[in-house]
Design a protein. Structure first.
Length: 223
């Protein structure tokens, strides 16, 4: 692993420092100072890869420097986007934009230079695969495009073991192996499973073993 940060609890506020970088070093370098980049940014990747985390974190970082910034979920947009001068405008899940909102985002592209805005967009597919109007898809394709690369299983296993150790909880190797083979493996799900195992271990005064995990799955725990 390239980096393992201290605070990646499921309820931790998203920051650039508590994102597990993995193979996304170039993307993270770009997000540290998006205003210095020559164009707008578009991030894409499957659900659970950290797209929303990164957009919210970039907005938080901009606000802390005194720069105006806003995070917008595409499903909440009717037809227009903020027109604040100098704004870092982060729009998440652009594949879900309604037709009127797609026009609104196209207009945001057009006025971004005049307003000094920087657009930071995220979606679930590369630009050419987005089900958007053609003129907007073309604009998205002209952004600096980064695929958010998911963590590999070795990195996920290392994160689980490290976080468990910080709680004074030892995960048996067979538990980690089972989760890597049969679980969903996105980091939010793995952290939720770790929370559940921690609670069950304390309540039942039992070590975290594969039999305990199987019992919890029979009781409704989803992995």
């Amino acid at each position: 692993m390239k980096q393992l940060v201290l605070d990646i609890r499921p309820d931790a506020p998203p920051t650039l420092d508590n994102f597990v970088v993995g193979a996304n070093q170039e993307l993270m370098a770009a997000l540290r100072d998006p205003q210095a980049l020559p164009g707008h940014l578009y991030l894409w990747g499957p659900g659970g890869c950290g797209r929303s985390h990164l957009l919210r974190a970039a907005v938080d970082a901009a606000l802390k420097t005194g720069r105006p910034a806003a995070y917008v979920d595409a499903t909440s947009v009717i037809d227009e986007f903020p027109q604040t001068a100098g704004l870092l405008l982060a729009v998440d899940d652009i594949q879900a934009l309604a037709p009127e909102a797609q026009i609104g985002l196209f207009n945001a592209f057009n006025r971004s230079r005049t307003l000094g805005q920087k657009l930071l967009l995220a979606g679930d597919a590369p630009p050419l695969a987005l089900a958007l109007r053609e003129d907007l898809r073309t604009r998205v394709g002209q952004c600096l495009v980064f695929e958010v690369r998911p963590l590999d299983d070795e990195s996920r296993a290392a994160i689980l073991a490290t976080l468990a150790a910080r709680r004074g909880l030892r995960l048996a190797d067979e538990v980690i192996d089972f989760l890597m083979r049969h679980g969903r493996r996105d980091l939010p799900t793995l952290l939720a499973v770790l929370d559940a195992l921690d609670t069950a271990s304390l309540e039942r005064k039992r070590a975290v073993t594969l039999p305990l995990l199987r019992e919890m799955m029979q009781s409704g725990l989803e992995i």
